[in-house]
Design a protein around this ligand. Structure first.
Ligand SMILES: [Zn+2]
Length: 417
């Protein structure tokens, strides 16, 4: 399988940072750029649809220091652009470290220990107990990423979707709107991917003010409103008034990470996958005070229409008749080790599942008996109410299904320069 050295990063560093030689550009940014490391290398997936950038030493910022991840990601983008001719719409960057607690825990589970809560310690042999104790020691020492999954949009090709701060970024392919960063490989398949991809368009509507009062404090999610998509709100129809301005709803103000939620009509509209006439009036709670996860008080419930949204944000252009419906993604894995065939097999299955232009079930793509620990990450721990709800979330939706068959995507076959 192809394996190469990553280029020396000095010039790329200048492009990424733009402040070489000035005080304050500093060592922080230099050591955030992995391209300078003699240990760095890259590895193409067997099917050519993904690349792994490997450097055991250089991703410290993701694990330990979330303060300035920007320069690191611009290095990733520069390196991708240097290596490949592709012009994707978005990069999907997955953090897959062997030395992380989540990875070791997964390996432990797949080695037969199962979920911690299920282990019958009195039934373990003394060797098994010893092995378990050793493994737990390692888990206790290993870090988890301090950076969660997020989306970074730095270029916009449409109007009428609101504004919000586009992030400054080096050029990269002119088609590129930004990247998704997924803090663990399971996020690629579950709802986290759908959520982060949705952030390329939402939720950044600037008005009406009653709506902005929800999206701003929830950091670009739908807050307490009836949008009810992957980026937040309550499930339409679930709002119940319990009197005295107190309400109960199946609500997730900052969105869903569960793969069972499809995109809401408003989200499809912003993505260019639905016309304005398909967006129903939206209820928005005013003066919200959260009382419990599903209970809140509000001074009023107001209604916002798509006409009001268009009036204040302008029409979505290109309109649904002319907007792109097919999205090209490129997968980059940041890792500390050479990925094994089993590792790549996971990514191949994940890409096939997500990009299938038809409804596909997660447990068909990932047989539970082959991926028990991944499934536990997707479904949570059994035995409590939340986990049972999660279990009911299966099967997760792929992109085609989550868009109601309106959108498709592909992970491009990488073309080396
Ligand atoms: Zn979000």
């Amino acid at each position: 399988m192809p394996f190469g050295r990553i280029a020396s990063g000095a010039l790329l560093y200048v492009a990424a940072c733009g402040c070489l030689g000035t005080v304050g550009c500093g060592a922080d940014i230099v050591d955030a750029c992995f391209l300078d490391s003699p240990e760095s290398s890259y590895q193409l997936a067997p099917g050519g649809r993904a690349v792994a950038f490997s450097d055991p030493a250089s991703y410290d910022h993701i694990v330990y220091r979330p303060d300035i991840p920007g320069p690191l990601f611009s290095c990733v983008l520069d390196e991708f652009t240097r290596l490949f001719k592709n012009q994707p719409d978005s990069l999907v960057i997955v953090f897959d470290f062997e030395g992380l607690g989540v990875t070791i825990e997964r390996a432990l589970q797949e080695a037969g220990f199962g979920r911690l809560a299920d282990i019958e310690f009195e039934e373990l042999t003394s060797e098994q107990l010893l092995a378990f104790a050793e493994a737990m020691k390692v888990i206790g020492r290993t870090p988890t990423p301090t950076v969660g999954s997020f989306t970074w949009t730095f270029r916009r090709f449409e109007a009428g979707v609101g504004q919000g701060l586009l992030q400054p970024f080096p050029a990269g392919p002119p088609t590129l709107r930004g990247f998704l960063f997924l803090a663990r490989r399971e996020h690629l398949v579950g709802g986290v991917f759908l959520h982060e991809f949705g952030h390329h368009w939402g939720a950044r509507l600037i008005a009406p003010p009653v709506f902005a009062a929800q999206t701003v404090p929830t950091l670009n999610h739908w807050g307490y409103s009836s949008v009810g998509g992957v980026l937040g709100g309550w499930r339409p129809g679930s709002l119940v008034s319990t009197g005295e301005g107190v309400y109960e709803a199946d609500v997730a103000p900052r969105g869903r990470a569960s793969g069972k939620w499809p995109y809401a009509p408003l989200e499809l509209y912003l993505m260019g996958l639905a016309g304005p006439e398909e967006v129903p009036p939206i209820e928005v709670a005013v003066g919200v005070k959260r009382l419990r996860s599903d209970i809140f008080s509000a001074s009023a419930i107001e209604t916002v229409t798509i006409e009001q949204i268009i009036e204040t944000n302008g029409p979505r252009l290109p309109a649904v008749e002319d907007s792109p419906k097919h999205f090209k993604l490129a997968l980059v894995v940041l890792t500390d080790h050479e990925l094994s065939d089993a590792d790549w097999n996971f990514y191949e299955r994940a890409m096939d599942f997500l990009a299938a232009p038809e409804e596909r079930l997660l447990d068909e793509a990932f047989p539970a008996e082959l991926y028990p620990a991944h499934f536990r990450a997707w479904t949570g721990s059994a035995g409590d109410e939340a986990a049972e709800n999660n279990a009911n979330d299966l099967p997760f939706l792929n992109f085609y299904t989550a868009t109601g068959g309106r959108g498709t995507m592909e992970f491009v076959t990488l073309v080396p320069k």
